[in-house]
Design a protein around this ligand. Sequence first.
Ligand code: NAD
Length: 360
Amino acid sequence: MIIGILKEPNDKRVSLVPSTLKKFKVEGVEFRIQKGAGTQASYVDTKYEKYGKVTDRSEILKSADILVSINPLPVEELPLIKKGALLVAVFSPFQNQELIARIEELGLKAASLDMIPRTTIAQTMDILSSMASIAGYRAVLLAATELPGFFPMMITAAGSIKPCKVLVLGAGVAGLQAIATARRLGAIVEASDVRAAAKEEVESLGAKFVEVPGAIDKRDAGGYAVEQTAEFMVRQQEEVQKRAASSDVVITTAQILGKKAPVLLTAETVSKMKPGSIVIDLAASSGGNCELSQADTTVIHNGVKIIGNSNLPSEMPRDASFFFSNNAANYLKLIIKDGALNLDRNNEIIDKTLLTKDQT
Ligand code: NAD
């Protein structure tokens, strides 16, 4: 069985790193790596050569039984792939149904790593958590460099500076990492979430929890938040407006599985923020938590910088690739048995990740 590793277009990360290949001792598996696949993430070809063949993209496309990538392959390349091959990637299937249909039409298979259930048993494969954690950390560093001032309190002979105020909306994996990072830099942090369980986690990191009464919190939604009522959203936007007006940085991370991201920060709220403030919207590619966000673009409104960047892990490519690689390898070990694909639909993780039909 051949596993192919390709260079990611428009992303500095690579799906599998040399240290993972070294440890990946599965009988009958060999790796083929595209030349330069890991260069931007600091994993050079000579490191890969010990564990597989470093070769051209076209050779990998036509020979690999499994192609592992972070982003889905460009649709024009699909006809060049070996029939029956399995594509493992982050497909964001709710937004990419046409691509999945095309994969199926060409007799290929697709498994989406972002559909891995958020259960204890699947934790070692959970790319959403590992990438969200990096995004939360990186969002704070980005805010700190974009802010025209300090994060920590400064008492100097040249004058005193108050600590920066950070508001984090959505206290899941990314939000909690953002809170912890902002606290380490000396900021005063407030955070809000619709899941009641988030309160204790936020407070344990030394931040204040902003509670908006009346949230729907379904415990059977796999840990994910659910869509809120229109009345709740208005109340929440009002509460956010009060807090955002006195904040220097707002980091938004709120997502609802399979749906457009909820709007928490309206244009009116941004108008009330101080000039020089920074909004980092990690949900920009799924509609944005800020009404003014644009995916992968920076918008300036009344002196407030709104940075819509949904791919911050690519800005920390060495460690993001290392985490992704470990997660992906654990998934590969689950679907390979005796050197062949073993797509057992009775396994919950496999069943949830497979996007195309008739794959066993
Ligand atoms: P996510 O990326 O889906 O959403 C980010 C956060 O936004 C969540 O905390 C969500 O509650 C919040 N949110 C949604 N709508 C909101 C609104 N209107 N206002 C404020 N906040 C809102 O979430 P995630 O970080 O992927 O985590 C989802 C859940 O999965 C969490 O409960 C987390 O603890 C759990 N989890 C479990 C495991 C595991 O057991 N293996 C691993 C990772 C995460």
